[in-house]
Design a protein around this ligand. Structure first.
Ligand SMILES: *Cc1c(COP(=O)(O)O)cnc(C)c1O
Length: 225
């Protein structure tokens, strides 16, 4: 076995105890086997996050049906169809074109799919996401109201990969401020998804109400995903 399955339940419970009850924990299980997911499931966890659509679809087929699957990765429009029948929340939407595709696929299944718009808060050039002004344009657009099979329920952000707590706090709080302002435009914004294994405590301090935690539960991943 090249992964560490002992301790998943203990680590999960430690994290759950350390976060306020109003904060939702997404257990990020990308690259991890079904056995590890079941370990967390048997410890009570029901929300899991994946960053590859096909990997998530395979796990959906094989695992208990009361799991809520969150897509947290960057989306390829042509693959949305593989998750439209089951995905519970899509975190990383960063274009109107993708919203249209999600709407089209959701309609085929007679569903309304909840989405978060991904904001660019990191200073690194590699992180995806929309400028706050683009988010504002999307949520106030007339075209959005025609997309009856999607609902934008919040925002997601990924901070810079850094140990610098001051920078992290700045990036998280900038998103929290934008979130509060945008909420006045669009009352359905409820979820603010920010924070990962290394920075979720800081993200919560800065207003996050949904954290995406992988390695702190499941151990280090074997390859970069
Ligand atoms: C992998 C990933 C996470 C979890 O990362 P950890 O550092 O293992 O907690 C969270 N969010 C996104 C978007 C990810 O791709």
């Amino acid at each position: 076995m090249n992964f560490n399955m002992t301790g998943i339940k203990e680590r999960l419970h430690t994290i759950i105890k350390s976060i306020p009850s109003k904060v939702t924990l997404v257990a990020v299980s990308k690259t991890k086997p079904n056995s590890a997911i079941l370990e967390a499931y048997n410890a009570g966890q029901r929300i899991f996050g994946e960053n590859k659509i096909q990997e998530m679809a395979t796990k959906y087929d094989e695992l208990p049906k009361d799991i809520q699957w969150h897509m947290i990765g960057h989306l390829q429009s042509n693959k949305v169809k593989y998750m439209a029948h089951f995905v519970d929340l899509i975190h990383g939407v960063d274009s109107f074109k993708t919203l249209k595709e999600i709407n089209k696929q959701a309609k085929k299944h007679n569903r309304v799919i909840k989405c978060l718009l991904q904001a660019k808060i990191a200073k690194e050039a590699t992180k995806f996401g929309l400028a706050f002004s683009d988010i504002s344009d999307i949520i106030s657009s007339n075209m959005l109201s025609e997309l009856e099979n999607i609902q934008i329920v919040g925002l997601m952000g990924m901070a810079t990969f850094t140990e610098d707590k001051e920078q992290l706090s700045e990036e998280f709080s900038s998103l929290k401020i934008a979130f509060d302002q945008l909420k006045e435009q669009h009352s359905k914004l409820e979820i603010l998804s920010m924070g990962m294994s290394g920075d979720y405590q800081l993200a919560i301090k800065n207003g996050s109400n949904m954290v995406r935690v992988g390695s702190a539960i499941f151990g280090a991943r074997n390859y970069i995903a």
